[in-house]
Design a protein around this ligand. Structure first.
Ligand code: GSH
Length: 205
């Protein structure tokens, strides 16, 4: 059985949901760079960036990078509907989220990695600037990819957008600035096939 390394509220939620839609069982190991769990050493061995999601296949093959994992699942399990029949624009959307939105989260979470001799005030300025840019990325995503989103039958792009927009105030920003996309994301999370996964990662307040 494949092993998925991840933890609550992290990007592993998108891969969990995708594996569910693909009908593929997997073992979930609670691990993340900031969590001293028993799974941490194995995560470190599998992924030198110590990031989740990390998916290790039965044969030991390691898959990292959310967009690549989701695309590979969509290709391997075409009946899952994770990718549309002509997947080019969905792949573009997945890479857009990974390259822009997810990367910005890395700066917001760990500013000192990107700033030599970073002091607290500089880290805060980096967070503020990157958050503002992140929200712009989401407005552009709504305008460029909103028409491709499919709340009726969520695929990889829908799941990834729902998960990554959970962070750094993006969802509230979309509610105010792009309510149509916000409504679609809420419906994606409520899909009965994956709703329990979203509720476990982000329990309703
Ligand atoms: N490029 C990776 C980014 C993954 C990532 O940053 N994951 C976060 C959790 S949501 C993480 O593990 N961060 C810990 C760290 O960078 O130390 C992807 O697209 O999957």
């Amino acid at each position: 059985m494949p092993t998925l390394y991840g933890t609550k509220g992290s990007g592993s939620a998108a891969v969990e949901a995708a594996m569910r839609l693909a009908g593929q069982p997997f073992q979930l190991v609670d691990a993340a760079s900031w969590l001293p769990t028993p799974g941490l050493e194995k995560l470190k061995a599998a992924n030198r960036l110590v990031q989740v999601p990390t998916l290790v296949q039965d044969d030991g093959t390691v898959m990292t990078e959310s967009a690549a994992i989701l695309i590979s699942l969509g290709l391997r399990y075409p009946q899952s509907g994770l990718l549309p029949r002509d997947p080019a624009q969905a792949i573009r959307g997945l890479v857009y989220i990974a390259a822009n939105c997810y990367a910005a989260i890395g700066v917001i979470d760990f500013p000192a990695r990107f700033c030599a001799g970073c002091d607290d005030a500089t880290a805060e300025r980096m967070r503020a600037g990157t958050t503002s840019r992140l929200h712009e990325y989401w407005r552009i995503f709504a305008d460029e990819f909103g028409a491709q989103m499919n709340a009726e039958r969520p695929g990889a792009l829908d799941l990834f957008a729902a998960v990554v927009s959970r962070w750094s105030g993006a969802r509230a920003h979309l509610a105010a600035e792009r309510p149509a996309l916000h409504a679609v994301l809420e419906r994606v999370e409520a899909d009965p096939r994956v709703a329990d996964i979203f509720r476990r990662h982000w329990p309703p307040k």
